[in-house]
Design a binder for this molecule. Structure first.
Ligand code: SF4
Ligand code: SF4
Length: 123
């Protein structure tokens, strides 16, 4: 009886309250600006110093010299822990975490294969 007395006002009250759930994926999700999502790279700003590669705890970044002063910065998204360390250590502001979070794919290849996000830089 006491549990009914406890429950009933809450049940009736819920009829007039807005739902707490969100409509995603049927409506766009509201993402906090502080959310750590997929990395964005600024090819023009990058000087190929390799500090982000050295400091990445997940070995998700790789810098390959393809010609003199030209580099491919490879982002292994499947390994990334979205910790933000690379963004923090890049003195050039060439890496930024975005709020993009819809990174799932049925293609295993896309999750684990390296993705070239930047091509070359002539200093
Ligand atoms: S992204 Fe930044 S830290 Fe990484 S290689 Fe380029 S300049 Fe260096
Ligand atoms: S966010 Fe973290 S895990 Fe991902 S690439 Fe940058 S340093 Fe590595």
């Amino acid at each position: 009886m006491s549990s009914l007395a406890f429950m009933l006002p809450r049940l009736l009250g819920s009829l007039f309250r807005r739902p707490f759930t969100v409509k995603y994926p049927f409506a766009p999700a509201e993402v906090s600006p502080a959310y750590r999502g997929e990395l964005l790279f600024d090819a023009e700003a990058c000087v190929g110093c390799g500090i982000c590669v050295r400091d990445c705890p997940a070995f998700a970044l790789e810098l390959i010299e393809i010609a003199e002063k030209q580099y491919d910065l490879i982002y292994h998204r499947g390994r990334c822990a979205f910790c933000g360390q690379c963004e923090e250590v890049c003195s050039q502001g060439a890496i930024a975490l975005s709020t993009a979070f819809e990174l799932a794919s049925a293609e295993k290849k896309l999750l684990s294969a390296p993705a070239t996000r930047r091509y070359g830089h002539s200093a």
